[in-house]
Design a protein around this ligand. Structure first.
Ligand code: GTP
Ligand code: MG
Length: 463
């Protein structure tokens, strides 16, 4: 679905400050994730620079020494000790922290330095000036990925709002660096530099945001109507797949509904909510929605923007919280998702934890151990692989069982004069048995109480 644009390879480095409150494991997990994000944007990360500090440097995030080291690396200012082409193994790892080892210079021209925090506009500008290449902070990286992946009108508008919000305070800084031509870099407007233009741009941004918000509000009304219509038709059997990005939500969506949603080994492949019925169909008919993934430090603007998308999750009567059990950082990812669900006030929606990708956890012994540990800690969880049809079948049964808890068994009488409703009965309930006499048909059915009421109502009107 997604067209890959073949561009010339782009190289980048990653840099981060480790604060005293952050453990080594957590720090490394975060860096690995940032490298993944960089890869998603098409960059090859050739080196990681890290530094322990009690706080961020107010001028330029990293300390002076580290900045110089990076500058020398980026600008090839030192003789490389060997002819060595230093590049990281794809998966990164602890050895990436070779910051104090013999300094080598970049073999490939470095286009971007990624920093693992959100930094201020002036910190970014100063760092950029000193190091000599573009700086992208964590927030900007995530916004950029969302921007590239947004497909629908709603998602595009939501991402644009978040980007504009991020951009506005940075315009002045951009104007300071760039002078007349460099303005494009800010991505907004392109006329000359200078305070007044900045003010003008800022006002334009505000107007544009207001316009987009109106657009979204209109779409929201439409979406609410659709949702209400769905609920009417169908009762409340809605389940939403939620969880950290790349956990396998869309893969499960495909497996459960037979639909062709986008699956990709990329972060934030999905930005829109898709809704499909469980297939083969069940009683009650269950609608499954796939939602946007979460990530640590999701930019605030994005949480707000995607709240309407995530409302789908709020409306669901059941959440499937999908977790990538093969990711070393899965526990932290699980906490992040719990936190975001709390932020959107979905913490009280019933939830099943689905530990996915168990096939990807080492060998059979390691898989069994991981599964046992998970079951001990989360007694009601499901441990599975989306790649095993028998596991998907079990998940499907768990979903159906949840929605059947409230079903009742009853007898429904359908007079011969109301036979046109026969199809309706079969579509909306499970028919367990049928007998007939001269008056009509008697169905032994299982269904939702509300559905039963509405069927009886319809029958009394027709019959
Ligand atoms: N080994 C293995 N890989 C899986 C499994 N489930 C999903 N994947 C892979 O994980 C990657 C991400 O899957 P997606 O379904 O796109 O993940 P997602 O949660 O929808 O991700 P976002 O849309 O980015 O939030 C893809 O490469 C899938 O093929 C699984 O059970 N086992
Ligand atoms: Mg997805």
């Amino acid at each position: 679905m997604q067209t890959e644009v073949k561009e010339k390879p782009q190289y980048a480095i990653v840099a981060a400050v480790q604060l005293p409150s952050v453990s080594d494991v957590e720090f490394e997990a975060s860096l690995t994730e940032l490298r993944e994000l960089a890869k998603t944007l098409g960059f090859t990360v050739t080196r990681t620079f890290t530094q322990k500090r009690s706080g961020f440097d107010t001028t330029a995030y990293l300390g002076v020494g580290k900045r110089q080291e990076i500058r020398r690396f980026v600008n090839n200012e030192l003789e490389s000790s060997h002819e060595s082409t230093h590049s990281e193994a794809q998966d990164g790892g602890a050895s990436d922290f070779a910051t104090d080892a013999a300094i080598m210079t970049a073999v490939e021209p470095i286009d971007v330095i990624f920093v693992d925090h959100e930094i201020s506009p002036s910190q970014a500008r100063n760092l950029e000036k000193e190091v000599g290449c573009q700086v992208m902070d964590r927030t900007m990286v995530i916004l950029e990925i969302f921007h590239r992946n947004a497909r629908s009108r709603a998602a595009r508008a939501q991402v644009e709002i978040a980007r504009l919000g991020y951009m506005a305070p940075r315009l002045r800084e951009a104007a300071k660096i760039a002078g007349p031509q460099g303005r494009q870099r800010s991505g907004v407007g392109g006329r000359g530099a200078g305070e007044s233009h900045t003010e003008l741009d800022k006002r334009k941004i505000r107007d544009r945001i207001a316009e987009l918000q109106l657009e979204i509000a209109a779409m929201e009304v439409e979406r609410k109507t659709q949702r209400a219509r769905r609920q009417d038709r169908q009762g409340g059997a809605n389940v939403a797949l939620v969880g950290y990005t790349n956990a396998g939500k869309s893969t499960l969506m495909r497996a459960l509904t037979g639909s062709e949603v986008l699956v990709a080994n990329k972060l934030f492949a999905t930005l829109d909510t898709t809704v499909r019925a469980l297939y083969p169909e069940s009683v009650p008919r269950v609608l499954v929605s796939d939602t946007v993934g979460f990530i640590k430090n999701l930019p605030h603007g994005l949480v707000a923007s995607f709240k309407s998308t995530l409302d789908e999750a709020l409306d669901a009567s059941l959440l499937l919280h999908v977790i990538d059990a093969s990711d070393p950082g899965f526990e932290r990812q699980l906490e992040v998702t719990d936190k975001v669900l709390e932020e959107i006030e979905a913490q009280d929606v019933p939830r099943i934890r689905v530990f996915n990708k168990i096939d990807h956890v080492g060998d059979a012994v390691a898989q069994a151990e991981r599964e046992a540990a998970l079951r001990a800690k989360y007694p009601d969880c499901i441990v599975m692989s989306a790649r095993r049809p028998e596991d998907v079948a079990k998940l499907r049964m768990a979903i159906i069982a949840f929605f059947q808890r409230d079903l009742i068994e009853a007898e429904l009488f359908l007079p011969w004069s109301a036979q046109q409703l026969r199809g309706e009965v079969f579509a909306r309930c499970e028919v367990l048995g049928e007998r007939a006499d001269e008056e009509g048909a008697f169905f032994r059915i299982r269904g939702e109480p509300a559905v039963l009421d509405s069927l009886r109502e319809q029958i009394s009107q027709v019959g």
